[in-house]
Every structure is written in structure tokens, then in C-alpha cells.
Design a protein around this ligand. Sequence first.
Ligand SMILES: NC(=O)c1ccc[n+]([C@@H]2O[C@H](COP(=O)([O-])OP(=O)(O)OC[C@H]3O[C@@H](n4cnc5c(N)ncnc54)[C@H](OP(=O)(O)O)[C@@H]3O)[C@@H](O)[C@H]2O)c1
Length: 300
Amino acid sequence: MRIFLTGASGYIGSAILGAFARAGHHVTGLVRNSEKADQVASHGGVPLIGDLRDPSSYRQAAEGHDAFIHAGFDGSRVVETDRSAIETLIAAARVGDPGRPRVVIYTSGVWILGHTRQPAAEDAPLDPAAISAYRPGHEQIVLAAAGEGLRTAVVRPGIVYGGSRGIVGDIFRDAVNGLVHIIGTGENRWPTVYDRDVADLYVRLALHADASGVFHATDESDERVNDIVEAIVAHAPNTPDVRRVPLEEARAKHGPYALALVLDQVVRSPRARALGWAPTLRSIAGNAARLFEEWRAKAV
Ligand SMILES: NC(=O)c1ccc[n+]([C@@H]2O[C@H](COP(=O)([O-])OP(=O)(O)OC[C@H]3O[C@@H](n4cnc5c(N)ncnc54)[C@H](OP(=O)(O)O)[C@@H]3O)[C@@H](O)[C@H]2O)c1
């Protein structure tokens, strides 16, 4: 299968690239510069240098692939680059023989659900955190594009762990540096997922001819932030301090991101499990020693 992947150098994107490459598929990975191009090549992908801010830099090159995966994220122009990437990938997917099956997979996230008082499956009502306010509209563009040989899917990963990056990678780094911050009480639960497991779901979605619609990707561990941090701190070389930052203070510093981190969420992934997807890791706290080793091996 030929895959066109945005965000190929990113946290989730590089895991997706690795999963497809290991399974023997051709992956064209969009990157911004030659350094990232080398990184993609070393992970078994074929880099294409371009920019999400300039769809003409990758639109034509995307045509002719079988799967189009958006895992790019431009933090300074999120809404416009996300929307134009979706529209560009859908347009590229529609080019060519309509009899050839194609799939567009969009990376959304669980923050679209807001607090989940009850365990939330893919059909749960949306109550997006402010930082995810644009997501429902973008998910709808992707889902509505299905038809005439084009299949579409939306993945909502939990907070990703594994390796050295992301929100959990930052906790490992802070633990090594001696001070970990928890926003709010830390009694809230984070839906989480191991990076290799979420990447495996993208492979399943690309290969499974009937898979379409929304898919949660969570390990269903329902761990509280306090428990995650406590386990990581216990494995740090020198016991770090843990500081609880009142939400208002964190909000003044981090804006809507702080509000997302205090969401209390219990998120289930029945549609992914129905595809045979089963997370290989089901806890951060219970795997803290192993995850610390992974973090050390990859941290620069
Ligand atoms: N990480 C999580 O825990 C998590 C959980 C749920 C959902 N998500 C969602 O998953 C998506 C990917 O997240 P992530 O954590 O993998 O983010 P990330 O590590 O920041 O990766 C973002 C990727 O997009 C690329 N990019 C940024 N601006 C670009 C531009 N203008 N042109 C081309 N490429 C550009 C980056 O390239 P460079 O390498 O050059 O910067 C990088 O490859 C986001 O939509 C995010 O909200 C993430």
C-alpha cells in the first residue's frame, strides 16, 4: 500500500511511519526541511519536503497514494493549516480511477469530548475543550467526504506515551530535572495510549476495507494524573519535587492548554477493539520503569 503521511517527523506521525514501514508499505512523509527528511528516510519512509501552510507544495505529490493520513500539527496556525490539509488530502484522494479504493484518516483527539462523567465511546456527545473547538467541524469535513470509492476515518488518540516526546515525555524530563508540575488537584483521569499501539490502529484502519467513521484509541487504564506522576517520580534518579499549580495560575501561563490538562476523562475504544486492535500497554504507572528506559534511550 502507498501511504501519504503529514507530520511524518512528529510524535504520532513518526510512530505511524514506523508501523507502516515495518509492515512493508511505502510511506511518503511530508517534512519541512532536509534534517527531518533524513529522519524520515532513516525510519524507512520517502521524504517529501513541503509545508502545510502551502498546499501547492505537496498536493500533486500526494496524488496516486492509497491512504492519506494527516498527523501534522502546526501549533502557530492550527485551525487554518489543519483545515487546508484535510481539504488538500481529500482532493488528492479523489484524483484518479474512482474504482481504486482510497482512505483518508484524520487525527483528532479525545479533548473533543470534554469531561466524560460516564465512560465515553465513539458515539458520546461532544463537548470540546476550548483548545479543540475547531475539531468537530474538521472531523465532519472528513466524515462527510466519504463515498465514491473514498473511505474516511477519524482517530481520537488519548494522551500518547512512549519514547521521549509529548506530555508524558515532558513529565519524565521534569522528573529527571527535579521538579514536576501538576495542574489542578491531579485527581482527574487522563485517557492515554502507547505510541506504538496508536500507530498500529492506523495500519489496521488503512488495511481494513470496511473501517470508517470515528475510532477512539485509548488503553482504557483510566489512570489519575497523581498516580502517573507518583509512579514516574518513584523511578527518577533523585527524588524530584512535585508542585501542584492552581488552575487559574496555569491558565494565565498556558491558556486553554491548561484547561485540557485538567479534564477528567474516561474514554473507551470499542470500535477500534472491534477491528481486533488491542493495546499492548495498558498503564503508564504500571510500566513506569520500562517507559523511563524508553525515555532515556530517545531523549536528546
Ligand atoms: N501527542 C498526543 O498526546 C496527542 C494526543 C491526541 C491527539 N493528538 C493530535 O495528533 C496530532 C499530531 O500530534 P503530535 O503530538 O504528533 O504533534 P507533533 O509532535 O508536534 O508533530 C507535529 C508534526 O507536524 C509537522 N508540522 C508542523 N507544522 C508544519 C508545517 N507548517 N508544514 C509541515 N509540517 C508541519 C511537524 O514537523 P516538524 O518536525 O518540522 O516540527 C511534526 O512532524 C495533532 O493534531 C495533535 O493534536 C496528539
